[in-house]
Write a protein that binds this ligand. Sequence first.
Ligand code: ZN
Ligand code: ZN
Length: 111
Amino acid sequence: MSNNPRYDKLAEHIGHNVVVVTYGDGENVAIECEDCCTVLVDEDREIEIEDESLDANIHREVEDWRAWDAEQALRQEHDSTCSGTLQPPVLAGIDLWVCDVCSFAVKGGAK
Ligand SMILES: [Zn+2]
Ligand SMILES: [Zn+2]
């Protein structure tokens, strides 16, 4: 015995004839114990894909867009109130445009 029901469920079949079979024209595949006529593990071929990473990517893109929008709004506000020009990033890897007149800085100027 263990504290894991799945372990116990499988351990019951140690030494039994275990086979892999498919059902419904391969729609489903199962590992079965022939001795007990019991399905140990089964999987469907087609599953509903709830890809959280995809969601997260889309979410991140939306967030990026919002952030970029906000930066652009700041930039426009600056441009309408300051005569300075935003200078391209000077440090590699740091996407920060800095005004040559005031100290205004904005990200994503080159996007
Ligand atoms: Zn068995
Ligand atoms: Zn400025």
